[in-house]
Design a protein around this ligand. Structure first.
Ligand code: UTP
Length: 291
């Protein structure tokens, strides 16, 4: 079955970016010229997805405005003969068919995904965490997972190699190697630390799920912080059906924390047609000044 729909959970508080995120959603912070969430949306669209449900919460409705038409702005740009900007503004509002669903309380990522159950129905679907930005030269990260889904007809989670510090930050899988990049998930543990980690394969922010994940989330109890973790639900799913991990090809930026966002801005700017050269000059000058 073809994957047509995606869920983008964006209802969290973004506490790591406070005070910037006091009234501005973390997902609307800009990396160069577009908000973080737009990178995830464009990734999904490039991979062939055209229906996207964004899970949102109180005070975050500017995400809806961003992907909606803006007649006054469009008229203004038309009058000022700013054709390029007008085209770009229209492109953003025509990216996909959007639906916005409220999560009334931030009860965790698993709970946020469960909010999309009615929207998804009985078909496989993609999940993209907006604060992970992926730059993949050949195929978008979520597309790589969709291809793996096509092959195995089972849920697929994206894997990245993590260092010792990473084992304290991510869910880590116990892998059974199937091919160069595909692993069967035998077990997993959330943030085990280096001593208890099964491997160096960490779960990051992209997933393709069979619809059975919703029943698994429902059966998953909240953790000690009262949040339903998607890792716990995936572990439950592995009791019933195979789940695969895919070691993606490309680069990932954790734009959900300050340093990761700075790294994303600098590296993405270096590859940008307009800012590549000036950014390189700036970095060379700064490196001379600080060395
Ligand atoms: P994060 O844990 O990175 O986001 O969740 P957060 O909670 O907003 O950020 P911090 O940790 O406080 O700084 C990953 C994604 O899942 C969404 C977030 O909005 C983010 O995009 N999320 C998280 C929800 O939609 N609902 C939740 O209950 C929790």
């Amino acid at each position: 079955m073809k994957i047509r729909k995606a869920i983008i959970p964006a209802a969290g508080f973004g506490t790591r970016f406070l005070p910037a995120t006091k009234s501005l959603p973390k997902e609307m912070l800009a990396v160069i010229d577009r908000p973080i969430i737009q990178y995830g949306v464009e990734e999904a669209v490039t991979a062939g997805i055209d229906k996207i449900a964004v899970i949102t919460s109180r005070g975050k409705s500017i995400m809806e405005d961003h992907f909606d038409a803006s007649p006054e702005l469009e008229q203004f740009l038309e009058e000022k003969k700013k054709a390029d900007l007008l085209q770009e503004v229209r492109r953003v509002s025509n990216l996909a068919d959007f639906c916005f669903i409220r999560q009334k309380k931030a009860l965790g990522l698993g709970h946020a995904i469960l909010m999309g159950r009615e929207y998804i129905g009985r078909e496989p679907f993609a999940v993209l965490l907006p604060d992970d930005i992926f730059v993949c030269p050949s195929r978008p990260c979520i597309g790589q997972l969709m291809d793996t889904f096509e092959q195995y007809q089972a849920s697929v989670i994206v894997l990245g190699r993590v260092d010792k510090e990473g084992t304290k930050k991510y869910g880590i899988i116990k892998p059974k190697k199937i091919s160069e990049r595909v692993f069967k998930v035998e077990d997993m543990v959330e943030k085990p630390g280096p001593e208890k980690a099964f491997s160096d394969l960490g779960i990051i922010g992209r997933y393709v799920f069979t619809p059975e994940i919703f029943a698994a989330i429902e059966k998953t109890p909240p953790d000690h912080r009262g949040e339903i973790q998607i890792t716990d639900a995936i572990k439950k799913l592995t009791d019933e059906q195979a789940v695969y991990g895919y070691l993606f090809e490309g680069k990932r930026y954790d734009a959900g924390n300050k340093m990761g966002q700075l790294e994303a801005i600098v590296e993405i700017a270096l590859k940008h047609p307009e800012f590549g050269r000036p950014m390189k000059d700036l970095l060379l000058r700064l490196s001379r000044e600080i060395s």
